[in-house]
Design a protein around this ligand. Sequence first.
Ligand code: ATP
Ligand code: MG
Length: 256
Amino acid sequence: MIEFRNVKKDFSGRPVLRGFNLHVRKGETMCLVGTSGAGKSVTLKHMVRLLKASSGEILIDGEDIQPLEGKALSSMREKFGYLFQSAALLQWLTVYENVALPLRERTKLSDGEIDRKVRHVLDRVNMSHALGKLPADISGGMQKRAGLARAVVSEPDILLYDEPTSGLDPVTSRTIDTLIHDLQSDLGVTSVVVTHDMISALTISDRIAMLHQGTVLEVSPPREFLASQNEVVRDFLDSQCISRNFFEEFPERILK
Ligand SMILES: Nc1ncnc2c1ncn2[C@@H]1O[C@H](COP(=O)(O)OP(=O)(O)OP(=O)(O)O)[C@@H](O)[C@H]1O
Ligand SMILES: [Mg+2]
């Protein structure tokens, strides 16, 4: 579904992706984890060609997206919903209008049809009470939920989430995890979730990819990831005080 083949990216001669290989399978939820600056957001941006690789191939549904231009590029991007690292809501539009925007821009749906879809997704993320509010007047967690609604409203095949729980308190973070999981199982989408938060990664992933110094160090399902012998992975888990017995200690965390 999404495949990076030996992708390299440098910014003004400074390498950020150094021979990056990754295969995200159709229908799975893959989390990308790694320390700040590891290249997680840069990786997501390559998937929708917001950034272009210096070399290597990036295949979406078997098609190399690097050379795409114009209409072909736009239609490739329509496969994606994207929740940016900052929720990136337009500050002068209400929650309702922010969520309606992708449908107004990308589709020829009638106002009635748009209204039905927007209300449905906002209900899905428990935001029905805030349709008319401006982003500045709602909390960070509500902004993330509105961003989530906007990412899914056009029913994309692939959802990209950049730090969906950053800056949120632990309780709200777990609500967002459950939402991501439920949306994935309802819609059957392929999801790539960038996160610092190992609890999120363990809870919602089919597989976790550890990024380190511009490469993919390890890709494994949560239980194998917890048992990894790789020193960088172990240090990363230890830095967040994640126990090797995480699932035995918190069985309610098992969503997958
Ligand atoms: N447009 C750009 N121009 C120059 N350098 C960039 C650009 N975008 C990212 N970088 C650099 O690439 C590296 C990886 O950045 P990236 O945003 O992918 O990190 P990250 O893993 O998402 O980190 P964080 O967890 O802090 O969000 C960083 O050193 C960053 O400074
Ligand atoms: Mg980032």
